[in-house]
Ligand binder design. Sequence first.
Ligand code: FUB
Length: 370
Amino acid sequence: MTKNTYFKSSFFMLVAASLLTSACQNNNPDNQDDANATASTTSEAQKPSTEPLVTNIYTADPSAHVFEGRIYIYPSHDVDAGIPEKDDGSHFDMRDYHVLSMDRVGGEVTDHGVALDIKDIPWAGRQLWAPDAAHKDGTYYLYFPVKDKQDVFRIGVATSKSPAGPFKPEAKPIEGSYSIDPTVFTDSDGASYMYFGGIWGGQLQRWSTGTYNANDTYPADDQPALMPKIVRMSDNMLQFAEPVRDVQILDENGKLLLAGDNDRRFFEAAWLHKYNGKYYFSYSTGDTHNIAYAIGDSPYGPFTYKGVILEPVLGWTNHHSIVEHDGQWYLFYHDSSLSGGKTHLRSVKVTELTHRPDGTIETINAYTEN
Ligand code: FUB
């Protein structure tokens, strides 16, 4: 696998410029410095179909849930730490989380302020990446990936009596956890499952033997791709209840997707939603920038690849969540339009998502031609 295009995708170069000038001039959340914008110029003109949910801060990786009848969004809080772009994602150097909420899509969005700060997580080193949240028996759980003091990504959990936080972190990471992008799905029988994993900067390729190896090891292109992980959560939602398993994503012939199948294989940003009794596992394909999905009959899978939910967005990463509210399904996602295309300064957005009568999902393009 080659990764020399990590932050230089052709799509990013194509779309960024049409937005760069006006966005950089008009918006500066968190007093970010616009000096290190990485977009190039192009004559291609595309306009975002939706606006950022908030513009006072940069936000990314939105995990949306309906709690107490209200939509709560748990995003990353992007900041410009002045770290140069690197393949390992060091410039995504986030330090806290804010929770957003709204009573309905289109309604006023509340930024509830800092819900968890990295300085309050005793074991954390750097880089608070994409979080998720869950609720059980009156307690809200915030799950988050952060590098420990040895620079190894682990997954932590923090609790609150309010969906808006503030959240109090546990003293240690979840035992047996690793890599990034945790998401927790609670099934109709009350069992909760964490899906996680992300390659390259997310370090999943360092765990192929089950223990951490600081050398990156990738399967050959004709071998099965690295697989995301699933594990059932303990009753108290603070630990893993069983050994971690692979999430199998199969092609139309029932074969595991291959590492060289960059358009379809898993990269990061797992999400699970249930629709008409089927389990939909969706994820980012990373260097091909799609949000793809696969359908299965069990939360454990296997899942069969079905298609693309969201085409590439402005900025390198693509990360989403899917939630139903008042009978309508929504896709929460992010792009870098507010920052004029900076890969690490993103904004969360929302648009409607449609399941067709046969259960497949209509593909969304988040831009309109000017
Ligand atoms: O926000 C940091 C990382 O970028 C996330 O963990 C990935 O999913 C990607 O969106």
